[in-house]
Design a protein around this ligand. Sequence first.
Ligand code: IVH
Length: 673
Amino acid sequence: MDERQAAARLEELRQQISIHDRRYYVLDDPVISDAEYDRLFRELLELEEQYPQLVTPDSPSRRVGGAPLSRFEEVEHPFPMLSLDNVFDESEFAGFDQRVRRFLQLDGELVYVAEPKLDGLAVELVYDEGVFVLGSTRGNGLVGENITAQLRTVQTIPLRLRGTGGQDPPGRLVVRGEVYLPRAGFEELNRQRLAAGEMPFANPRNAAAGSLRQLDPGITARRPLAFFVYAVADTAVTPCGCQQELLEYLAGLGFMVNPLIRRCTTVEQVIARYHRLLEIRLTLDYEIDGMVVKVDSFALQNRLGNTTRAPRWAVAWKFPATRATTTIRAVEFQVGRTGAVTPVAILEPVSVGGVIVRRATLHNQDEIVRKDLRIGDQVLVQRAGDVIPEVIKPIKDLRTGREQPIVWPENCPECGHRLIRPDNGAVSRCVNPHCPAQRLRSLIYFAGKDGLDIEGLGKKNMEQLVAAGLVRDIPDIFRLRAADLARLEGWGEKSAENLVNSIKAASRTTLARFLGALGIRYVGEVTAGLLARHFGSLDRLMAAGKEDLLEVEGIGEQAAASLVDYFSDPAVRQMIESLLEADIVIMPEKNGERPLDNRVFLFTGSLESMSRNEAKQRVKALGGQVVSAVSRRVTDVVAGAKPGSKLRKAEEMGLRIISEAELQRLLGRSQGS
Ligand code: IVH
């Protein structure tokens, strides 16, 4: 291959690799295998090594890092990178809307675009003739730092833009957006840092900042950073008339645009969107700290213009702060379901993000030592959505000298049994099987969301039932009688009956759920599912030895040993026997007993003995399929009362038609196995 051919091949490789990068990183939809990709990449590297003069700045090989810098150069932004004004509640947002309208003298519809406010680092990227040539931090808004080499390593930053709609990208395009570290990458990074004895990062934002401000871009390259675009410095160079068009245009050029961006035409829609984002915030793989609302039209944006600090056409509606300072009054030691002892700080009540926080977990003894916490300390507390609040650190400057050390108990605070610390790990445990605290926690777990999810039997009610002596163990739950419940303080006949009914409803369950509810150590939801599928019935699982258990794909030593231990306990066997006597029905699992394997059911008309949904679920639990369209695949048409046109069609096709009674026989035959 001569140099001319090499140049052509390199161009081809660069294009192909960037197409596959985009499919993999931006669209999450790869079309070639990792091995094929590696082959392309290796060929590129080899050719570039042979012809170093042919290496271009947009080559994917440049993503790996490049030479370390001695310092960051300064970069002047072509247009200042402004910040945003903040609002914190609905009325403040309504105020923004009114100001915009007054300024524009507008009565009619005003279109906004609501975007998640990404909590990463704002950066600016310059593309010349479609090639990424310069990247910088925001800095003070006028001058930032040149981090081009670092940004090249971010896989979702295109090194070369694609043409879109038959048009080439503008000669010079300056885009802005946020570099962030996905939560998963952040957690993995901190795990590595802890293992290496380094300080973990406090949050993904700091980790992203730390990763970008590495003089050695090779380090940045090893961090799974990502980039969402949300603006251009100068909208005039684009063919777009509004923010929505711009985002589509930028996606077309190869950028990643946040999928949660929405158009809103009323203030009510903006408000609803804010609450929606607040609600889903913790389910996202990246952190957001609010919502940015922008006037959609560029013409209107231009009329509104900017102040020196921020545009008048956009505002950041921040989420409530999730950190606050308060005082540790005392420390309690809580005994969990597995006997693990958790220290809990009792706090001077404080509002954190709109919720009053009175307690916060201190995790374990090592954490207390590491953070050097004392009773009486002023501390920073944090709440992240639904999760238990935690104490971040003491504010040591505010110490008076009267703070008291936190003394770790030698004995279980609930039953007095001596605590042990297995393998000198971080966790102390009460190993008394009769410890009342463990029993209560196990019961709460059994009835709770991760267990059978019995409606109306949450933590508070369970505590009351245990305190009243109505529930001592799991089978007692199923023996509860409405008359006894109704006599309890705060209960009436109706609420008592409701609870008995919801217990009855929950007593029909699957093996996986039941196993999970027992809270056996090392047997979480996933493991429970594996076991249920493998063994199919409780009897078979209980009869299994350690070797049998280890044969199950995904079951390890710890879980196997823990299961054998658990089921060999006579008290456990006794409990399970009582449970089955108490009429708990464990429905068989898929891949366990599957008497309806290969059968395809279609329902028409209404059923009397159960809901359509329940029938479907039970068919599926026995291995059957349920479809809604008549076809040759259907093996059984269940005809209930007042069947629809599907029945006639099924008859015409000569399909097998069964009655509700027959269905019941099919479902019932293998029940309780
Ligand atoms: S637009 C002139 N959109 O918020 C307005 N900013 O306080 C330019 N940010 O430093 C910003 N998500 O880092 C915009 N969807 C979004 C954003 C966003 C996060 C950050 C950005 C900026 C800060 C402004």
